[in-house]
Design a protein around this ligand. Structure first.
Ligand code: HEC
Length: 95
């Protein structure tokens, strides 16, 4: 499907399907490799300092953009629900 999708995604439960798809299409290009300083999916060390903001603080960063990340990862048509689903998916792998 999409290059760079973590192996764990293939066995994700159905409830994560939407987040996984949104992630694969809008976030993976930066967050699968950590390009430009993006916290890498699956790396708890990359995420640990950011988790202090809490999921809602992180969601604000996604919606507004932060540093090298454009608002909504650059996809202006992404809904808040979709952005949230992708965030949840990313965090579920950062353990
Ligand atoms: C163009 C590359 C790029 C894309 C696409 C991208 N990100 Fe990011 N993301 C980054 C970078 C770079 C950072 C680090 C920003 C910083 O802390 O300066 C980041 C940081 C984050 C953070 C941590 C924010 C914080 O407050 O510490 C979250 C959460 C996140 N991204 C989620 C997402 C989600 C969800 C998507 C898809 C909808 C996405 N990103 C798409 C590059 C990207």
């Amino acid at each position: 499907m999409i290059a760079g999708l973590p192996i764990a995604a293939r066995s994700a439960p159905a409830s994560q399907d939407e987040g996984r798809d949104v992630y694969a299409q809008n976030c993976a290009m930066c967050h699968s490799t950590g390009v430009g300083g993006a916290p890498k999916v699956g790396s708890f060390d990359d995420w640990r300092p950011r988790l202090a903001s809490g999921p809602s603080g992180l969601l604000v960063s996604v919606l507004r953009g932060k540093g090298g990340m454009p608002p909504k990862g650059g996809n202006a048509s992404l809904s808040k629900t979709d952005a949230h689903a992708a965030l949840e998916y990313m965090l579920s792998l950062a353990k």
